[in-house]
Design a protein around this ligand. Structure first.
Ligand SMILES: Nc1ncnc2c1ncn2[C@@H]1O[C@H](COP(=O)(O)OP(=O)(O)OP(=O)(O)O)[C@@H](O)[C@H]1O
Length: 329
């Protein structure tokens, strides 16, 4: 990757180079550091959601093993990009023949998105792993480990990466914002965490896009991701639950126009708010709303009119709250 892109993209600029710079994932970092100390390791399977540090950890491990010029001892392949197992086989064969590191008996093949390979391709991969195991170790990265065939799973040490917590994400965003001289509101960083759901890549990208517009505040954050502020969505639902259908419908039109949301976007955001702690409603009502919202979502996806469906939803909320006798508290 060129230096220009590394400088431009904050996810690259602030990608941890060494294991000790990785945020959280403590147990993983400890186990990997042991491999570095022992200069030995088995094949590895890194599993977990996007943006939690799988690729970063593989590079950091190679960096700590081989030093700054580690890339000559590491082959990175993306299972979805490479044209089938034959291409992978050719590349691995060539790589296995190339220069070996001075005092470590193996090189590393990183295979990203391994769970996108068919079961047949994975069988071929398994044979490849065995064939070159004398001087090569494979690191497989996957979002869904259940899609990796058992014979491969049993040959790898398993590492589960978990979504990063609020303190970790907000702390990292604060660190980057300070380094980049970005003006920000603390609650904007928390909003970025809420949207990212523990995906650090997504969080850093939102910060960078919002910062390009000026000060990072809650409004600019929701604007760049094309979402309404949760508060606006909650107010709309609460208004309907108070029985004020007309008021709720006005708020609906406002969020759709102001934020340029589609009907499906609005349904997704209502769904999100339904399970947040900020919407205080009785459990019985929450269950009914979740059920009916699923129906509305289906109708919109099938091509029904956004406005008619969402108006019907708000009307239903207004009627339901009366029947259950439950206005918001
Ligand atoms: N644990 C972490 N500590 C610090 N930064 C992180 C961490 N995890 C992710 N990041 C940041 O997010 C970016 C993306 O992370 P990475 O490529 O490692 O994700 P991944 O888990 O491999 O995701 P994918 O499954 O999409 O490939 C990194 O460049 C880095 O800036």
């Amino acid at each position: 990757m060129s230096t220009a892109i590394e400088e431009l993209l904050w996810t690259e600029k602030y990608r941890p180079r060494s294991l000790k710079e990785i945020v959280n994932q403590k147990e993983i970092v400890e186990r990997l550091s042991k491999f570095v100390a022992e200069k030995n390791m088995p094949h590895l399977l890194f599993a977990g959601p996007p943006g939690t540090g799988k690729t970063t950890a593989a590079h950091a491990l190679a960096h700590d093993l081989y030093g700054d010029n580690y890339t000559q001892y590491m082959l990175e392949l993306n299972a979805s990009d490479e044209r089938g197992i034959d291409t992978i086989r050719e590349k691995v064969k060539e790589f296995a023949r190339s220069k070996t590191p001075p005092d470590i008996p193996f090189k590393i093949v990183l295979l990203d998105e391994a769970d996108n390979m068919t079961a047949d391709a994975q069988q071929a991969l398994r044979r490849l792993m065995e064939l070159y195991s004398a001087n090569t170790r494979f690191i497989l990265a996957a979002n869904f480990p259940s899609k990796i065939i058992d014979p491969i799973q049993s040959r790898c040490a398993f590492f589960r990466f978990t979504p990063l917590g609020k303190d970790d994400v907000v702390g990292r965003l604060r660190y980057i914002a300070e380094k980049e001289n970005v003006k920000y509101d603390e609650d904007a960083l928390e909003a970025i965490y809420d949207i990212s759901e523990g995906d650090m890549r997504k969080a850093i990208n939102i910060l960078q896009t919002a910062a390009s517009l000026g000060k990072v505040d809650v409004d600019s954050v929701y604007k760049v991701v094309g979402m309404a502020r949760p508060k606006d969505i909650r107010e709309m639902v609460e208004e309907a639950l108070k029985g004020d259908f007309t008021g709720a419908r006005e708020l609906l039109r406002k969020v759709m126009i102001e934020y340029g949301l589609s009907g499906e976007d609005v349904v997704r955001q209502i769904h999100r708010e339904l399970f947040s702690n900020d919407l205080k409603i009785p459990e019985e009502l929450r269950v009914m709303i979740a059920d009916y919202l699923g129906e509305i979502h289906y109708r919109i996806v099938e091509g029904s009119d956004d406005d008619i469906q969402l108006s019907a939803f708000l009307a239903w909320l207004a009627m339901m709250s009366k029947r259950v006798g439950a206005a918001t508290t």
